[in-house]
Design a protein. Structure first.
Length: 288
């Protein structure tokens, strides 16, 4: 498709205004407004490393089944072929499993970095990728503090791959496939508020079983994926250097201090994207 100069200039202008004002999060909670996000509580004291969550996720989303098992000392990562992985850690309380996937931040850095709203925080809580809006800049990958979004480098029509908390299932009144099929009931789906309440109850009722922390309650402004564990976060593979403030809130003054080239290049790319819309694979609801 040829470059439409009128559409390009229109997009360029509109994007410049958006960047000058700061890339606000469309679905971020408004101060004083109650927003009830859904989330997932993972309890590593219950996880037996069976990988049912990985297998079910792969079947649900059309990916190959995992071929490797959790092994102590080996960190398995999500990729363009898998949305969630389970790792095994040798800790002060023995072997502990930890499940990794998109954290579905309350104020996602990937959403703030996305110029086209391809990465989107839904009103229900899951962070999804919308392929028909993506221009392939991969800023979401760079901005994510948990290194979650992955790019299909070897595809002729590449997508960004990440857990979307089974958003399509949630819209149908179902729960995420991993939570529905976990035989050990290590994965619980619900509202974030209820999950935090449940996590606190478990810690209070069994202080000899659980370490006194809920990972994701405050990290980077709070996340939809929450964790309780028998050991401190540093022993079970969690990032412990993250701030409690959301990353977008830390970058509000960024555009007023960086060289103009870092602002103008993304604007230029967005102008091209808007003027030469192509047909990406679509994931998620484009009518949000």
């Amino acid at each position: 498709m040829g470059l439409d100069r009128r559409n390009f200039m229109k997009a360029l202008g509109l994007t410049g205004v958006t960047l000058a004002a700061g890339n606000s999060l469309k679905a971020a909670p408004v101060k004083g407004e109650e927003v009830e996000f859904f989330g997932v509580l993972y309890d590593s004291t219950r996880c037996v490393g069976c990988q049912t969550c990985e297998i079910t996720c792969a079947e649900t989303h059309g990916f190959p089944a995992p071929t490797d098992a959790p092994t102590a000392g080996v960190i398995r990562k999500t990729s363009e072929n898998c949305r969630t992985v389970v790792n095994l850690f040798n800790t002060s309380k023995g072997e502990v499993y930890t499940k990794n996937q998109c954290m579905h931040c309350n104020e996602p850095a990937c959403v703030a970095a996305c110029l086209t709203q391809a990465m989107y925080k839904t009103k229900e809580g899951p962070v999804i990728w919308r392929g028909n809006k993506c221009m392939g800049c991969r800023y979401c990958m760079v901005s994510c503090p948990f290194d979650v979004p992955k790019f299909e480098y070897f595809s002729s029509n590449p997508r960004i791959i990440k857990c979307d908390m089974c958003y399509d299932r949630i819209k149908e009144g179902k729960i995420p496939a991993c939570a529905e099929n976990c035989p050990a009931e290590a994965i619980t789906f619900g509202t974030r508020r209820d999950l935090i309440r449940e996590a606190r109850k478990r810690i209070h009722d069994q202080p000899d079983v659980y370490a006194d922390f809920i990972y994701g309650e405050d990290e980077v402004g709070g996340t939809g994926e929450l964790y309780v564990s028998p050991v401190p976060p540093i022993e079970s593979g969690f990032k412990t250097t993250l701030l409690n403030e959301s990353y977008p809130s830390l970058s509000k003054g960024f555009l007023y201090t960086v060289p103009s080239v870092f602002v103008l290049v993304p604007v230029f790319l967005l102008g091209i994207h808007e003027a030469t819309k192509n047909n990406h694979h679509n994931e998620g609801d484009d009518n949000e």
